[in-house]
Design a protein around this ligand. Structure first.
Ligand code: TA6
Length: 300
């Protein structure tokens, strides 16, 4: 467990960031500045909340809290690394990799204008070399203000190239999924995970009326969530990402997951900033790769 007092002293930015220990989440950093409020769990390097001043929360979190440390918290922005979804050759390895179920340590805290910037680094466990036999480091830099910028940097510190898939698996809060459409993916090919990974082409905006689980490939642009109920539009800009994953579990999948809360699926949609499937990234020895998501409320 971290020494909260020393974290506050060393990284608290005179009270802008406050650290606390949560029984199920571990050490949590709470940020309040003039532009927004946010919460980041050090376990998993997981942004849990982002709320610009005067706005409703932008990220969705399940009302069900995880009951054990190092089990992924449902919601916010889980870090999927060094593989997205199932491990390519060993299904017994943790789904979405292990970064989201490991402790992270604080590297630095500072300000960028009125925004608060916190950088964390993954603390690899001894056993991780069996999960991932490649020397690497992983850092997450969160810049939280009117916009939310999340940057995941992979550094190949070993002598050989390695290939990763990855995602910032962002859960967005919406008024009701029936009044939501996602724009910006028109004309993109996608793998439809609810139809045997069939390759299809998106026509027009995405609307939701059933379980939706799609990996859009070769997408480098901005996606936009249009929320008719909350009357807002959320832009998901990015760099270093060629895939966008769009997911809503709908009724049966939600019930099977058991941690979405009653009808939780109606209040969320995932639009994930990723490199998945065909968009896997190979890093040469010494190479660094930055996966960046830039979230903002349009015209707000
Ligand atoms: O990104 C969508 C997805 O791959 C879904 O298929 C579903 O598994 C979701 O991630 C959540 O995965 P988790 O392991 O967090 O329950």
């Amino acid at each position: 467990m971290h020494d909260i007092a020393s974290l506050d002293e060393k990284y608290g930015l005179a009270g802008e960031i406050r650290f606390a220990h949560d029984a199920s989440l571990g050490t949590v950093a709470t940020i309040h500045n003039t532009e927004a409020a946010g919460t980041i769990a050090l376990n998993g390097g997981q942004v849990l909340a982002w709320q610009p001043v005067g706005e409703a929360p932008v990220l969705w979190r399940s009302p069900e809290r995880r009951r054990e440390l190092f089990k992924p918290e449902r919601g916010g922005i889980p870090v999927c690394w060094p593989w997205f979804a199932q491990h390519p050759s060993d299904p017994t390895k943790p789904f979405h990799g292990f970064a989201r179920i490991r402790p992270w340590r604080i590297v630095s805290a500072d300000r960028v204008g009125a925004a608060t910037r916190l950088t964390l680094a993954l603390v690899m466990a001894e056993g991780d070399r069996t999960l991932w036999p490649h020397p690497a480091s992983l850092t997450l830099t969160v810049t939280l203000g009117r916009r939310l910028r999340v940057e995941l940097v992979t550094h190949n510190t070993g002598p050989a190239a390695f290939t990763i898939t990855q995602a910032l698996h962002t859960y967005f809060a919406v008024g009701d999924i029936g009044g939501v459409r996602v724009e910006g993916l028109d004309g993109c090919d996608y793998l439809d995970k609810v139809d045997g990974f069939a390759r299809k082409r998106q026509q027009g905006p995405i609307a939701f009326a059933a379980e939706t689980d799609r990996i859009y490939l070769g997408h480098h642009g901005t996606a936009r969530i249009v929320d008719e109920v909350l009357g807002r539009r959320i832009d998901i800009g990015k760099s270093g990402s060629a895939s966008t994953v769009v997911w809503n579990p709908w009724v049966e999948r939600s019930a099977a997951m058991g941690d979405m809360g009653p009808d939780g699926y109606r209040a969320m949609v995932c639009v994930e900033t990723a490199n998945a499937a065909d968009d896997a990234r190979t890093l040469a020895p010494g190479e660094q790769h930055a996966l960046v998501a830039e979230l903002s409320l349009a015209d707000r």
